[in-house]
Each structure stands twice: as C-alpha cells, then as structure tokens.
Design a protein around this ligand. Sequence first.
Ligand code: NBP
Length: 479
Amino acid sequence: ASANIGVVGLAVMGSNLARNLASREGNTVAIFNRSYEKTQGVLDAHPEAGFIPASTYEEFAASLQKPRTAIIMVKAGAGTDAVIQALTEVFEPGDIIVDGGNAYFPDTIRREKAVRETGINFVGAGISGGEEGALLGPSIMPGGSDESWVTLGPILKSIAAVAEGEPCVTHIGHDGAGHFVKMVHNGIEYADMQLIAEAYDLIRRGTGKSPAEIAEIFAEWNKGELESYLIEITAEVLRQVDASTGKPLVDVILDQAGAKGTGAWTVQTALSLGVPVSGIAEATFARSLSSHPEQRAVAVNLPGPDDAFAVTDHDAFIEDVRLALYASKIVAYSQGFDEIRAGAAEYGWNIDLGAVSKIWRGGCIIRAQFLNRIADAYAENADLPVLMTAPYFADAIAGSQASWRRVVVAAATAGIPAPAFSSSLSYYDGIRADRLPAALVQGQRDFFGAHTYKRIDKEGTFHTLWSGDRTEIEAEDTH
Ligand code: NBP
C-alpha cells in the first residue's frame, strides 16, 4: 500500500482530478477505471504523475494506505451506485468513499446512510469548475461526517482553487449538504447566465451594436462590480468569428439551450421547500422555452408591439442595462442563499453561508468579486433572513432600481423577452411590499374550499359562511 488517495473513473473529470492530486506535494495517487484501456491511456499520457494503476477493485484497495480514501468520478446515477457497492466490498470500517460526481442530494443522503452501516465513511462532494477546474483547482463542496473531514480536509485543500490566499473548500455539513450546495450553485449559475443573455439581447436589439462591439461592453463591465468569470467568457464568446461563414459565432449557433438537470433540481427542491427562487426558475424555463422549435415555429407569427424598438441615447441605455443586470444578479444570489438556508433548516445541516460564498470565489463557474460582499454580509449577521437587505446590497439596489425599472418597461414595450430581469424585479417589489394581495387569495380559498384565514386585528382562525348568511365564525385551522 503506497497511495494516500485513489480515483475511480478516469473520463475527463476523473483523469484531470487525478493529475491535479498527483501534482501536489505528498500525494501518491492510485487510479482505477471500469474498462482498463482508460487507465492505460492515462498512464501512458502522464508518466510524470507516478500513478499506481489497478485493474481490479481488490488491487485498488490493496494499493491504498489506511484509512483508504477514494474519490469516485463516474457518471452520476447507476454508475455511482455500482462503484460504491464494489468499493464497500473491498474497503474496511474507517475508510472513506468520496463521490465527486454531480449527484442529486437525496441520493447522497440515501447512500451516506447505507454506507455508514458498514462502518465506512461516505462523503458526497460537489465539485465545480469543469475540466479545467478539476485539473488546476476546482471549488469543492464536501458533505459527510466530521471524522472523514479530518483525513479528507487536507487532501481537498491541497487541490482546490485558491482565492485571496484561501482554499476554495470547506466542510459544508453532514451527508447531502455538499451536493445540495453544489446544486444551488448551479441554479445560481443558470440565473447569472440568463441575465447576461438578456442584457446582450436588449443591447443588441436596442442599439443595433454588433456582437463584437457588445463584447467590448462586457469586457468593460468586467472591470467593475460585475467582474466575474461568466462576464469574462461572455466577451470571449461574442468576439468569436465563425471560420466557415465569417459571421459572429453567436449568430450561427442554434438558439436552443440545453440543460443537464441541475437547474431543474434546484427549482424542484425550492418548490418543495417553499422558497421562491423565481430568477433561477425563469432561467431554467427560458432554456425549456428555447428548446421547443415545434412550438416556436407555430408561434413565430403571433403579433408583437406595433412600434419598432428605438433607443435614442445608447450610452444611457447600456448603463441602465448594466445596473438592471447588477440588481437582478443580487436577487438571484439572495434567492439562492435563501434556498440553502431553508435546506439547512429542513435537513438539519449547520451551514455557514459566509463560508459558502467564500469557496465560490475561485475555481467554480460563478466565481466573482461580488462574493466577497456576500461573505461580508454574513460576517456582519450570520442569520440574515434576506441577503439583499444587507446594507451593501440594499444600497446597490437603491442606486440601480430606476434603471432596472426602465429596462423592464423598455423590454415589455419593445416585445423583447426579459423573464429573469422582470421576475427579479417582481420578487424585489413583492418581498419589500408592506401588504400583498395574498389577502385576497386567502379570501378566495376560504370562499371555495373553507380553507380559513387569519385576521390582522385578532388571534385565531376564521371562516366566513359564504354560502350561508356570510357571517364570520371561528374555525379550526385547516392551513
Ligand atoms: P462521465 O459522466 O462521462 O462518466 C464516464 C465514467 O463513468 C467512465 O470512467 C466510465 O467507465 C464510468 N462508469 C460508468 Br458510465 N458506469 C460505470 C459503472 N457501472 N461502473 C464503473 N464505472 C462506470 O464522466 P465525466 O464527464 O468525467 O464526469 C464525471 C462526473 O463528474 C459526473 O458525475 C459528472 O456529472 C461530473 N461532472 C462535473 C463537472 C463539473 O464541472 N463539476 C463537469 C463534468 C462532469 P468506462 O470508461 O468503463 O465506461
């Protein structure tokens, strides 16, 4: 036994993660893949890594020092279950199995419970940053027991991205907490991407600027408070010219956005937790809407507004869009952190929200300067019920809201879809409302279903005898 860490699954993510591990001082890495050709391929391509190959699970287990620690990077779902089953047969109590794939957190909760019964530790760890992150330093969100963190923590710290001197990894919480937080990370990523896409569309259709010109606008925005990896790559994509047609690449890419399901998981989970992640939901639905060509083909002739979209002051409009993007982004993060807060309460995880924002500053897709402000907000008040009410964000929105409203009005008037911009604004106006028409909804529910209501002026639960003499009676709470 000479390896201190092993990797199972040597497709793009696993092989890059194994190389990252091998490149760090003190690590010797055992590798295993179901089909041996991949193992041989990785060995041949990277002799410098000093990998210890195994062709069976038994050999793999024998090559690992105790407590054995192995990171699984295989296709999420049945593949992960198969590898866990095989490892539990060759590992011993005290060993650690880490699932670094994109598992759905209820699966991680289930697997942790089952593996724990064998005395082996199971850690579901969300890993973000794609193939480059896996190789050079991802953001890592591990769940699992405190005991496994003792062994695993130093290893994960050695391979994680570093942001302002701090490794982008922290023990998120027990069992499925890491995969839960990774899921919400991806949901926020959906919202961030959709908001940027809406900003691009509004500027293009409002000013007639070319993608290359808009790339320069994004590059400029990337120097300010919107500085982020996604803004940076947006400029790169918009600058790209298609080799075969000479057109901007963005104009020859089919406008149907794909999805691998993590956005949908975020929204489904939010619905069951009762958390309004409307920006993330609209971003997810915008991808769905784009991906129904048969519906778009029949709807394309539906009427839009009569007047063409004409922006007179281009610079002022672009600045309005920048501020609308900033305010909407604050809402998206506020909603995402609300979901983590609610998930932690539901599943009994003790999640440090400030620490989560810090480990997203490097390695992952939503990395951004902005996350420092979120960390500050939670440092000031760890129990902040609504992130965007922190003074820094409240001030930022106060300075953006006039622009934000103008952009949403302009989009609606011009017939340009801006679902994430407008739903974020509605959320903002909803949550800050002194009184909501939910009172009327309660009245309707009481009318047709005797669902009862509470009153603002006295304790108790009430029902109006709608089909009788319409007097009010005290009632059982049937909420
Ligand atoms: P894939 O998701 O394409 O999975 C391929 C690997 O799974 C191969 O090593 C394959 O072995 C193995 N595998 C399968 Br499929 N079924 C198996 C089974 N029953 N037993 C053992 N091994 C099995 O690889 P990937 O794209 O490198 O992604 C790995 C994980 O990382 C996934 O969960 C994915 O969702 C996640 N991921 C994350 C990011 C990110 O940014 N964080 C990006 C991409 C992927 P074989 O070679 O024998 O077929």
